[in-house]
Design a protein around this ligand. Structure first.
Ligand code: ATP
Length: 459
């Protein structure tokens, strides 16, 4: 199945619930619109996505450092950044169906009203059924402390980036980083979205993985091109098929006034192309705005050239939930396979990259006796020591155990049978994608799997 199909999303949502990736939040109370909880496998998936991002953006580089800033920041931060005045979507209400729409999304929307069902929302607007657009600020507002007055208003951050800008001087002074260098951060953001939807694609509470790369002004263009390519490649290196990805360059007329370039990495979701990550050239807007707002000089003095400048910023900003959903959608496949009895059946499989898969190895004693469980537990302990996430299962037919692992994307299974205990001592290592089986000495299983993980390629 190479092309996404419209009901694919429903099948993925159902798999997510059935196998413990994603649940409706507060389900026992009837759920809350567009809020989700990640189950045991979803928590592992998201952790692996974040680890892969952090490894590529921080651990494997010496020009990027990490940060973990607060969700609630000084309200002035959001005034200087422009969010209080301008972080809004234009909202339109339909007087007929009472629907609420984002003006910039109206083009692709159909009317949900019983009478008009399926007709373009633009037509309702043309017939005067819709209100004039009004700006709706997306920031969640709350109060710090016991007194609820205008002096205690604070915001839940709508992006992680501002915490990086406000810490620019702290990072430079404490870590002696000099442009070009980056500061990366992963954390929760909150936006009171008008139209959340498409599962975890757009929610009001979500996690972002953002990096602000500070460069000498003349190097902005070069680094922008570098990060657009690097971020596109990251998804491919982690298993997403390149034919389902594209780069969308924002036309100049759509750019924010301070921005001189923005490219989205887009993915072909079952509901169409959508933004997965944005890479923006932000000039010196952010540091200059906070310099002005705070009265602190956020310029950089270059000892080598004896020049002072306000660094320009290139920002790759990704959504962790959107990335996790993308890995899931792209990995999902239904294949017709022939069972051992010669019957054709459908195998549901998630072709995750081994780095992204929630479980790396299934450990199966063929039967629950004759020393097999003991031997299996020993191998499991060794693989756990190597940092691999394992899943032990000694119940049911082996074919069914393999299928259950396929369905959650476990790339390898190790089966311990009679020969492993009494014969030549080897165990079976089964590969999820090719379904090939190799006999491997127990002491070599770790190295064998490591090599397979290193050489893994999307088929
Ligand atoms: P959109 O146009 O889809 O509202 P945006 O351009 O405002 O998104 P950015 O501010 O660039 O998004 O945020 C960076 C990334 O954070 C997005 O590419 C996306 O992956 C993620 N993201 C943004 N808003 C949400 C949301 N409401 N739910 C989940 N992820 C989000």
């Amino acid at each position: 199945m190479s092309k996404p199909t419209p009901d694919l999303m429903e099948r993925i949502v159902s798999l997510c619930k059935r196998r413990g990736f994603v649940f409706q939040s507060s389900e026992i109370y009837g759920g809350i619109n567009s809020c989700y909880d990640y189950g045991p496998l979803g928590a592992e998936l998201k952790r692996n996505v974040k680890d892969a991002w952090w490894r590529a953006m921080v651990t494997q580089r010496d020009d990027v450092v990490g940060l973990d800033s607060a969700i609630i920041q000084h309200p002035e931060v959001w005034k200087s950044s422009g969010h209080v005045a301008g972080f809004s979507d234009l909202l339109i209400d339909c007087k007929k169906c009472k629907g609420r729409f984002r003006e910039d999304h109206l083009g692709g929307t159909t009317c949900p009203d019983k009478e008009f069902k399926g007709r373009p929302a633009e037509q309702c607007r043309a017939e005067g059924l819709m209100t004039e657009p009004r700006a709706f600020n997306l920031m969640f507002e709350t109060h710090a402390g016991p007194v609820k007055d205008s002096a205690s208003v604070v915001y839940l951050r709508p992006e992680t980036a501002q915490g990086i800008f406000t810490n620019f001087l702290n990072v430079v002074n404490s870590s002696r980083m000099a442009p070009p260098f980056g500061v990366a951060q992963i954390g929760k953001s909150f936006r009171n979205e008008i139209t959340p939807g498409n599962f975890v694609f757009r929610t009001r509470e979500f996690e972002q993985m953002e990096m602000e790369f500070f460069v000498p002004p003349a190097e902005g263009e070069r680094w922008y091109e570098y990060w657009v390519n690097e971020r596109f490649d990251w998804y491919v290196r982690n298993g997403v098929r390149p034919e389902n990805l594209r780069k969308y360059v924002h036309p100049e007329k759509d750019l924010a006034h301070y921005s001189t370039g923005c490219t989205d990495v887009e993915y072909l979701y079952p509901f169409g192309w959508g933004e997965l990550e944005g890479i923006a050239k932000r000039g010196d807007f952010d540091l200059s705005a906070h310099s002005k707002g705070s009265g602190k000089d956020l310029s950089f003095y270059d000892e080598a050239t004896k020049e002072r400048f306000v660094p320009h910023v290139v920002e790759p900003a990704a959504g962790c939930d959107r990335a996790a959903m993308t890995f899931l959608v792209d990995a999902y496949d239904e294949e017709v396979v022939t069972s051992e009895g010669g019957k054709e059946e459908v195998r549901t499989v998630l072709h995750f990259h081994p780095r992204i898969a929630p479980i790396t190895v299934g450990i199966f004693p063929l039967v629950k006796k004759a020393g097999m469980p003991e031997k299996a537990k020993g191998i499991q302990a060794e693989l756990q020591d190597l940092g691999l996430r394992t899943f032990y299962d000694q119940k049911g037919a082996i074919g069914r155990r393999y299928r259950r692992m396929d369905e959650v994307g476990t790339p390898y299974c190790v089966t311990i049978d009679g020969d492993s205990v009494e014969g030549d001592g080897t165990v079976t290592v089964r590969d999820r994608d090719s379904m090939a089986q190799d006999r491997v000495a127990p002491a070599e299983v770790g190295a064998f799997l490591r090599e397979k993980m290193r050489a893994w390629k999307r088929g």
